[in-house]
Design a protein around this ligand. Structure first.
Ligand code: PGA
Length: 253
């Protein structure tokens, strides 16, 4: 049985005060029973990781970053290393997010390098994949997602896959208010699991958690989480309000 995993991606939002308040509010809103059913993480902007780590001290909410660079240190202006994230108590890191792919121009090859470094450093990647609207409309969803997964996971061992979460995030559903139907999500999630079976083995395919992301909210969370291969959610906009994010998490209990 896969335990649900729900993570909040705050993107480039909040300020020092509201980031701490959001983390504290969330910790207060969730009681112990939640964590039996759901692993919970928040991924604030880099500059507030320390504030949020402080706010979450003593809670069961994990901390994640939204990106990382693959080099150890050196002349990489503006970048952040895995060791730096570990220093700030990060457990997770989102890699391959569509905004990094399509706004910042990250390639599958770069994402793959980051995957290797994150895993070698003891960070658990939330590895995001997903198709553009035009690709869905021309029936290319499976092909696009397959390529992103094969290239992003190239060289990642079965042992390392135990620390990988995959997030299926159709780009047309991110921040648009348009959610994939539970059936659309399930169809792609099942295809991803079948691909992982082919690339690895049954144990890995059965165990890997596949989150859905794209306009998840309290009103659609239960239905999405009810699908067999939907093992959690990666939540953007709705993770910025304690009530909404707590509502989404409780839908998994
Ligand atoms: P959204 O973002 O929930 O605001 O659509 C999801 C994501 O980008 O991870």
């Amino acid at each position: 049985m896969r335990k649900l995993f729900i993570a909040g991606n705050w993107k480039m939002n909040t300020d020092a005060k509201s980031a701490s308040a959001l983390a504290l509010g969330l910790a207060k809103a969730l009681d112990a029973s939640v964590y039996k059913a759901v692993d919970v993480a928040v991924c604030p902007p880099f500059v507030y990781l320390q504030d949020v780590a402080n706010a979450l001290a003593g809670s069961k909410i994990s901390l994640g970053a939204q990106n990382v660079y693959f080099e150890d240190n050196g002349a990489f202006t503006g970048e952040t290393s895995c060791a730096m994230l570990k220093d700030l108590c990060c457990e997770y890191v989102i890699l391959g997010h569509s905004e990094r792919r399509h706004v910042l121009g990250e390639t599958d090859a770069l994402i793959n390098k980051k995957m290797h470094k994150a895993l070698a450093s003891g960070l658990k990647p939330i590895f995001a994949v997903g198709e553009l609207l035009a690709q869905r409309e021309s029936n290319e969803t499976d092909k696009v997602v397959k390529t992103q997964i094969e290239k992003g996971l190239a060289g990642i061992t079965a042992e390392q896959m135990k620390d990988v979460t995959i997030a299926y995030e159709p780009v047309w559903a991110i921040g648009t208010g348009k959610t994939a139907t539970p059936e659309q999500a399930q169809e792609v999630h099942a295809a991803i699991r079948a691909l992982i079976l082919k690339m690895y083995n049954k144990n890995i395919a059965d165990a890997v958690r596949i989150q859905y992301g794209g306009s998840a909210k309290p009103s659609n969370a239960a239905e999405l989480l009810g699908k067999q291969d939907v093992d959690g959610l990666l939540v953007g906009g709705a993770s910025l309000k304690v009530e909404d994010f707590a509502g989404i998490i409780k839908a998994g209990v």
